[in-house]
Design a protein around this ligand. Structure first.
Ligand code: NAD
Ligand code: WQD
Length: 339
């Protein structure tokens, strides 16, 4: 297959580029580099031994997106591009609705016009909102607690509507839980700009000396040790899930499929601090502070559907997630050059 990967210079997209190439497909990347850098591309080419065209354009630009799809002769698209910071989405909701919805609509129009109807979309466990209790199953109703989450709920609905209008579409809605870790080479990984919002990159920056200590957001939740529990999934397992979904789209009868990509096993913040400390070889400093507004106590997947229908499962342990994150962070203490 010839596969276009939108947002392929970003964290999850870049790891997926390697997996899709490894499965024998051709890949091109489109990214406007608003949250990534072109300096990742030579690393991806070195790791894969393949040349990977990068198209630098904003997918909201309908003419440019149309030209890209016309000229690319793609069989399928994996759509990662979008803004993803929950707190920023609360402060700047219009930026999130504008970019995430318009880039997707522009892409869908171009794909529809040129007969490219296989799409894998990056959704999120955030669509389970804060009403149901885990393990979350795909059949639960969706909702959100912030504008970022609503963009995922809305795009899922747009994709279902597109497939009703033209059932020849084949669409995978992949709901990721908490992606962490890095490629085992240590050459690519997560490189957030500014202060990290998420646990794992924050811990990694504490470990490498860029931050003093981790703030643990609350230890009075009804969990094993009072701290929040999440379903962390290694980004390379997540990447493999995209290849499995891409291949499944060719053989499945129904137009739209929704799959959770998670391990099904939650880990607490303090358990993650302990695991990361083991990877680094010394205790990492932390202090318990107040709960972060909007957090839930516990989130984890029921991954059964993806296990059975995609013949895929997350295999890597929390210790491997920490070891690989640490290799990336210690080899690249300041992230990518010119990021
Ligand atoms: P990322 O920011 O590293 O990657 C997204 C990429 O999209 C960036 O390289 C950015 O430059 C690009 N981009 C954004 N808007 C664009 C536009 N209009 N045109 C072209 N390129 C554009 O994020 P990530 O962590 O790799 O996430 C990838 C996808 O997975 C996102 O859709 C995100 O919402 C979703 N997701 C992420 C997580 C997570 O915890 N990282 C969890 C669930 C879902
Ligand atoms: C994990 C746990 C925190 C940072 C977010 C988005 C979600 C999805 C994945 C995109 C929680 C605790 C964190 C810190 C801490 N993204 N924590 N100190 O909130 O589960 O999910 O990323 O779709 O939509 O909301 O991930 O890594 O921020 O938090 O104690 O400095 O770590 O309270 O219990 P979260 P996270």
């Amino acid at each position: 297959m010839r596969v276009l990967i939108t947002g392929g210079a970003g964290y999850i997209g870049s790891h997926t580029v390697l997996h899709v190439l490894g499965a024998g497909h051709d890949v091109e990347v489109v990214d406007d580099l608003r949250n990534s850098t072109a300096s990742i591309m030579p690393r991806l080419e070195d790791l894969s031994g393949r040349s990977i065209p990068l198209h630098v354009l904003d997918l909201c630009d309908r003419d440019a997106t149309d030209r890209l799809i016309t000229e690319g002769n793609f069989d399928a698209v994996i759509h990662f591009a979008g803004l993803k910071a929950v707190g920023e989405s609360v402060a700047q909701p219009l930026d999130y609705y504008d970019n995430n919805l318009n880039s997707t609509i522009s892409l869908l129009r171009a794909m529809g016009r040129h007969g490219v109807r296989h799409l894998v979309f990056s959704s999120s466990a955030t669509v389970y909102g804060d009403t149901a209790l885990p393990p979350f199953q795909e059949k639960l109703p969706t909702s959100a607690t912030n504008p970022y989450g609503w963009t995922k709920v809305m795009i899922e609905q747009i994709l279902r509507d597109v497939a009703v209008a033209d059932p020849s579409w084949r669409i995978a809605l992949l709901r990721y839980f908490n992606p962490v870790g890095a490629h085992e080479s240590g050459q690519i990984g997560e490189d957030p700009q500014g202060t990290p919002n998420n646990l794992m990159p924050y811990l990694a920056q504490v470990a490498v000396g860029r931050r003093e200590r981790l703030a643990v957001y609350g230890n009075d939740y009804p969990t094993v040790d009072g701290t929040g529990m999440r379903d962390y999934i290694h980004v390379m397992d997540l990447a493999a899930g995209h290849v499995a979904a891409l291949q499944a789209l060719g053989r499945l009868e129904e137009s739209v499929h929704t799959w959770n990509l998670g391990t099904g096993k939650p880990t607490s913040v303090l358990q993650m601090v302990a695991a990361f400390s083991r990877a680094v070889g010394r205790d990492l400093p932390y202090e318990v502070v107040a709960r972060r507004p909007g957090d839930i106590a516990e989130s984890y997947a029921d991954p059964h559907l993806a296990n059975v229908e995609l013949n895929w499962r997350a295999r890597r342990s929390v210790d491997e997630m920490c070891a690989d994150t640490w290799r990336w962070q210690s080899l690249n203490p300041d992230g990518y050059p010119d990021a």
